[in-house]
Ligand binder design. Structure first.
Ligand code: NCD
Ligand code: ZN
Length: 500
């Protein structure tokens, strides 16, 4: 919307100029507006009619997204013999809604009504803005905005506006922390460490290397290899892999090593490099006892062995987790990458904390199969139902201190993802913060963003809050198709926020 003195096509002067054609430069806005228009017309029509050129982008977006066929009518081309000014197929029984960008006098919609009369069942028109100039139209017109809405916003004239225009929406928060991150080893370290610490200050580094990290000595050696690539001055916080050969003296010495943060439980064969994981939890009671005494956090991959893949988490939570909590009430536990509403409820009602990944907050199991199988959306725990995703979003955006971000960033080379036995894991570190910011913003919960993404986890692990800050600017950012050998989450998508 431009503010100033404008001469309209009709000759009238106007304070506002609604430049809806320019929407094509802001794909995320076009989408948002298309979705809002769709809410008004959902179920009421089987055919959309766009008017070139103003309404074509928005009409095409609604048409392809919600699978409603469309036609196009050029209002100013009259019917000459065989030249038809209706493009596309239609039937007299089709309930049709005309989509337009702005309605002023109603003239162009009325011309389209004339063309369509008798050819389709015309049920109405939907527009983005009604200029409130007293249009005349023989069909019902629904508008998303009215000129008076903009008056209420008290938009200033262009000169003053120039200053405001430079003021884009920004969110400033303490630099995020990632409480669950796979950095891998060897050649991969360079890429993974760079993307990790560009956006995160502290990162809990998972120990599922081959062979697994089971001694403090191995963990410190691994940390040294990470530090060689650590150009952003991040803080890798090291973990051990819960293993029968873990040394009790390492547990007793744990708190003397600031670099160590906890011990990770992998059930056997449930995920990447878990063949040395736990088959029988009771065999580890002596270790849990010492961990409880030494106040060493236990991070749990909470999935049951040999159960339907979609039920593994719920079964673990019902059968195994209560036993650990009951036997070791003071043991500090993080249930990692929770993916179900059962997990959310369990955490709310028990002495347990939880990490949540970006993928479980924005996708459900249908996203593995949308338009064909998508191996880049395969991770463990596997994505669950929409209801599960909703429950996760609700607690994440609530700011509840029990829940914090653990990206479960888990890069696998493109070749090992696109194989006949593709690996589980999503490379999300370049996009995780932006995705979560957009999610919180869309729910009007940006005030809780810093808690989820930065401070809640510090409270649990007893870390100081980061003094470094980042700014998320509302500035569309297109996710690259790959970073070296790794394909990131949301490839090619336009995200709302950029980190500056
Ligand atoms: C992780 C990996 O690849 O290391 N994969 C995954 O799908 N999350 C392992 C894990 O955390 O389960
Ligand atoms: Zn993981």
């Amino acid at each position: 919307v431009k503010v100033g003195e404008f001469k309209l096509r009709s000759g009238e002067m106007s304070k506002y100029y609604f430049d809806m054609k320019n929407l094509v430069s802001y794909p995320y806005l076009l989408k948002k507006i298309g979705d809002e228009i769709y809410k008004n017309i959902a179920g009421k029509c089987d055919l959309l009619c766009g008017i070139p050129i103003g309404s074509i982008p928005i009409c095409s977006y609604i048409s392809t997204t919600y699978e409603i066929p469309m036609i196009m009518v050029r209002p100013s081309v009259k019917n000459y013999g065989i030249r038809d000014n209706i493009v596309g197929e239609y039937n007299p029984t089709d309930r049709c809604i005309i989509i337009d960008d702005v309605i002023t006098s109603g003239g162009s919609i009325e011309e389209v009504v004339e063309v369509l009369e008798g050819k389709v069942d015309l049920v109405g028109a939907a527009v983005i803005v009604d200029r409130e100039q007293g249009y005349t139209c023989s069909v019902v017109v629904e508008s998303l905005f009215k000129r008076s809405d903009f008056e209420e916003c008290n938009l200033k004239t262009n000169e003053v506006n120039n200053e405001d225009e430079n003021k884009v929406f920004e969110i400033k928060i303490r630099k995020p922390n990632d409480f669950h991150h796979h950095l891998r080893d060897g050649e991969t370290l360079k890429t993974s460490v760079e993307h990790c610490f560009r956006n995160f200050k502290n990162a809990v580094v998972m120990p599922n290397l081959v062979p697994p990290v089971i001694t403090i000595e191995q963990a410190l050696e691994y940390k040294n290899r990470i530090e060689e690539q650590n150009h952003y001055n991040g803080n890798p916080m090291m973990t051990l892999y819960l293993h029968k050969d873990i040394k009790i003296e390492d547990l007793r010495a744990f708190k003397n090593h600031k670099e160590m943060i906890g011990i990770k439980l992998y059930p056997q064969n449930v995920t990447t490099n878990s063949k040395d994981g736990v088959a029988n939890i009771e065999e580890f009671n002596h270790i849990f006892k010492v961990m409880e005494q030494e106040d060493i956090p236990l991070m749990i991959h909470g999935e049951a062995i040999n159960v339907d893949i979609f039920k593994k988490e719920a079964v673990f939570i019902e059968s195994t987790l209560p036993k650990i909590i009951k036997s070791f009430p003071k043991l500090r536990i993080v249930l990692e990458h929770i993916s179900t509403k059962e997990a959310v409820e369990f955490v709310l009602n028990n002495n347990v904390h939880a990490t949540i990944t970006p993928q479980h907050l924005i996708m459900d199991r249908n996203d593995i199969f949308r338009g064909g199988i998508n191996p880049h959306h395969y991770c463990l725990p596997i994505l669950k139902k929409i209801e599960d995703k909703k429950a996760l979003v609700e607690v994440a955006i609530s700011g509840n201190p029990k829940f914090f971000l653990g990206t479960d960033n888990a890069p696998h080379s493109e070749g090992s993802k696109l194989s006949c036995c593709g690996c589980a894991g999503i490379f999300n570190s370049p996009v995780a913060v932006q995705i979560i910011a957009e999610l919180f913003y869309n729910h009007g919960s940006e005030d809780n963003l810093e808690k989820f993404i930065s401070t809640n986890g510090c409270d649990f692990y007893g870390l100081p809050y980061n003094e470094e800050y980042i700014t998320l600017r509302e500035e569309p950012w297109v996710v690259p198709k790959r970073y070296g050998d790794f394909v990131p989450l949301m490839i090619g998508e336009t995200l709302l926020f950029n980190i500056i």
